[in-house]
Design a protein around this ligand. Structure first.
Ligand code: TMP
Length: 212
């Protein structure tokens, strides 16, 4: 399907607990879509802009032990606000497929379910940060918290949190998937990369048929 056939931009987000293999699968999906002649923009959160990458460093620096939960949540949303306005909205306007490695669901799962912050408040601030933008599709790569953490090398400030935190994050994601079954598709992570990627591509292809 050629780029010219796309009626509007498409926003696909990837989510998942630590060690869920997002980076690999985002890259593989990007290659797949580009081969199909789609114009694809791949971005990550927090980051994707000069300002966002600076915010990312502050958020993930293990030395920033004193960071308050409210500060943390607002910094994630601040990076998001910048990314949406600097890159995402323009790319969607140009009918590109935007693939985001994490979005608002991550703040609901990590700072809401994980840290116990008020989810209604996170969603409210999220509406402002995202300019009310909702993904067309969210791929939730699912892996148990324990298994996911086992795969990591040097840990950043968030990854260093106890297993109980990461278990709440995962439960949060699965809860979001139950609440948004049309948007969020859960893909259990298989050890076989090709198998997981094939499941993702099937979901995306199905979504295409609705959009073009
Ligand atoms: P990444 O490892 O997927 O690049 O994400 C960076 C870390 O930030 C990861 O531990 C998840 C965490 N995170 C949050 O806690 N809240 C958020 O809103 C986002 C986007 C990420």
């Amino acid at each position: 399907m050629a780029q010219k056939n796309l009626k509007k931009g498409l926003l696909i987000t990837f989510e998942g607990p630590e060690g869920s293999g997002k980076t690999t699968h985002v890259r593989l999906l990007c290659e797949y879509l580009r081969k199909k002649a789609f114009k694809v923009l791949l971005l990550r959160e927090p980051g994707g802009t000069l300002i966002g990458e600076k915010i990312r460093r502050i958020l993930l620096e293990p030395k920033n032990k004193k960071m308050n939960a409210v500060c943390e949540m607002l910094l994630y949303q601040a990076a998001r606000a910048q990314l949406v306005r600097e890159k995402v909205l323009a790319a969607l306007e140009q009918k590109k497929v935007v693939i985001l490695d994490r979005f608002l669901d991550a703040t609901i799962s990590y700072q809401g379910y994980g840290l116990g912050m008020d989810i209604a408040a996170i969603k409210q601030i999220g509406k402002l940060a995202t300019s009310d933008l909702e993904p067309d599709l969210t791929i939730l790569l699912d892996i148990s918290a324990k298994e996911g953490l086992r795969k990591l090398g040097r840990l950043d400030r968030i990854e260093k949190r106890p297993l109980s935190f990461h278990r709440r994050v995962r439960r949060g994601y699965l809860q979001l998937a139950r609440e948004n079954p049309r948007r969020i598709k859960v893909v259990p992570l298989s050890k076989d990369i090709a198998r997981t990627q094939s499941a993702i591509r099937k979901i995306v292809d199905k979504k295409w048929r609705f959009r073009i």
